[in-house]
Design a protein around this ligand. Structure first.
Ligand SMILES: Cc1ncc(C[n+]2csc(CCOP(=O)(O)OP(=O)(O)O)c2C)c(N)n1
Ligand code: SF4
Length: 296
């Protein structure tokens, strides 16, 4: 068991290049990284077929550490790069990792349309309720009333739920986990990768340095206790009233549905077009569907 864990770390991390990492001691991002490599390694997908695209932020830095095909892109744009890769090379397992600001503020438009489009991409969103890298400004998930460097007297906006937004936008698989519930988190990421269609895994994580320090949770261990205390299983949450859920959040799989995925739909259109061309005796008609499959 220990040997296996060491092998996964050895094989899936870029030890010789990018460590030590940039994260604060105790940051939940290290736990997310651990879950990501355990989940991907358990699927026995060749590392050359794994792609991780990230945006900018503390979370965005994660793509530097895994030994997959990686892209550290621009702020908010991880999903646009991932979309291009998936369309060009549908055989690859394409994932993104983004912070809450990256995915739902500057990248919010890309996020909802990626969910609607239902490309087979796994979007991991680390929700630490703040802009970590730039010093603790509020994000779309900063809770009402809490403090941020841009809201020193308390935040006046309402936060939205990333997972519920993903469900509403049409994602095929939506789950929420925390950096405290690690075995469950490994399974949620694995489930997202295995799902055909757009998957979202929202991970509640600690930025004790910026969110925590301003909101009475500056100790990462206390932050773990906060997740333990306030996370409720999806099943239990369904039986609780809104008042009972106040300050709490559900964890587990929120949506898992079967619906047409973009790449297959696109292939059907292309097959039909090729067939029509062949019937009309047009150039390359008979061969083009096969060519497309060869590209894949
Ligand atoms: C176009 C652009 N706008 C703003 C920035 C500055 N910036 C870098 S990271 C970041 C926010 C990071 O917060 P989040 O995405 O929640 O990730 P975290 O650092 O908390 O993991 C911002 C605003 C940038 N790099 N590029
Ligand atoms: S600033 Fe926050 S999110 Fe960034 S590494 Fe430190 S604790 Fe983690």
């Amino acid at each position: 068991m220990v040997e296996h864990a060491a092998k996964v770390r050895h094989d899936f991390l870029r030890h010789d290049m990018n460590f030590p990492h940039v994260w604060c001691p105790g940051c939940g991002l290290g736990i997310v990284l651990g879950s990501l490599i355990r989940a991907t390694s358990s699927l026995n997908i060749p590392q050359d077929d794994l792609v991780l695209a990230s945006g900018i932020g503390c979370t965005g830095r994660m793509s530097a550490y895994v030994d997959f095909n990686t892209l550290h892109t621009t702020h908010g744009r991880a999903l646009t790069f991932a979309t291009g890769i998936k369309l060009a090379k549908p055989n690859l397992t394409v994932m993104t990792v983004m912070g809450d600001g990256d995915a739902t503020a500057i990248g919010g438009n890309h996020f909802i349309h990626a969910a609607r489009r239902n490309l087979n991409i796994t979007a991991i969103i680390v929700n630490n309720m703040i802009y970590g890298m730039t010093g603790g400004q509020y994000s779309p998930t900063t809770p009402y009333g809490s403090k941020a460097t841009t809201a020193p007297y308390g935040h006046v906006e309402q936060a939205f739920s990333i997972a519920e937004l993903a469900v509403a936008a049409g994602a095929s698989y939506v789950a929420r986990g925390t950096v405290h519930h690690v075995p469950q988190l490994d399974g949620l990421i694995k489930g997202g990768i295995q799902k055909k269609g757009f998957s979202v895994i929202e991970i509640m994580s600690n930025c004790h340095t910026y969110y925590g320090r301003q909101n009475g949770l500056s100790d990462p261990v206390e932050y773990q206790k906060y997740f333990k205390k306030n996370a409720v299983s999806v099943k239990k949450a369904a039986e609780m009233s809104a008042a009972e859920m106040e300050g709490k959040f559900s964890i587990g799989v929120l949506a898992d549905i079967e619906q047409p995925a973009y790449v297959e739909e696109y292939q059907h259109i292309r097959d039909n077009a090729c067939k029509e061309m062949a019937e009309k005796g047009e150039k390359k008609g008979g061969d083009c569907a096969q060519e497309r499959r060869d590209e894949m």
